[in-house]
Design a protein around this ligand. Sequence first.
Ligand code: PLP
Length: 271
Amino acid sequence: NFCFANDTIIEAEKASIHPMDIGLIRGYGIFDFFRTFNYRPLFLNDYLDRFIRSAEKTHLSLTLNKEELRSIIHELIAKNDLEAGGIRMVLTGGVSENHFSPTKGSLFIFCEDLDFPAKEKYEKGVKLLALEHVRAIADIKTTNYALPVWHSATWKKEGAEDVIYHLNNIISESSRSNIFIVKDGQISTPDKHILHGITRKRVLELAPDTEIRQITLSELLEADEVFMTSTTKKILPVTSINEFKIGKGNPGPRTKKLLTAFEAMEQKSSV
Ligand code: PLP
């Protein structure tokens, strides 16, 4: 398995990072993650734009431009024969004298195997646990997922797939996915305190009448359908939240239709 690390393409086991990198000691870094489909990086342009935007917003310098990143990615797909997998780009804060200020960071691009949630989860839907929280600097894809990693023991014990964040009765997103609700045929999704997901963007293209607005926790619980979107889950039905059943407790028709349309888009898409 080959990766890009230490400014070149090398075998993944040879990649290294300085132990005092503030990515490690302060959790200061950014990343992005996309999939390959038929050896093509799916919706790559959107992911590269987001990665570059995250770097700019966190004051990290990406020494490679979009075209250079694109060419390394294509080289890695070919070298690793990555027909359908995941690609992770990480940029750390770097090593600094005061162990605090970002400097020239380390850029890594890794290829990974990727498993989608089990078929049963698409057929029956999943459970989310409501958690009072709002992500700080929500629109930057930082590497800091300390809270959800720590909290995952709780949601696993409860048989949940993940969490749904809410604060002052307003919902935002799940720990690694965006959220949509359907009520009386109308699709809606939160407007604030979210990462602007690429899968969310695709859903907004497939359902342009979606309302982007503030959504309350009670609206979520009373919705006919709820679904979550992410690169690794596509469009996954949510059929319960805490002890509450959503709608009839089965994946709804809009959710299923959107997943079919999304998968057709994936087939057609080129970068
Ligand atoms: N929200 C958060 C906090 C995430 O970490 C992610 C994905 O990792 C998403 C939403 C979904 O984004 P995407 O559809 O681009 O994977």
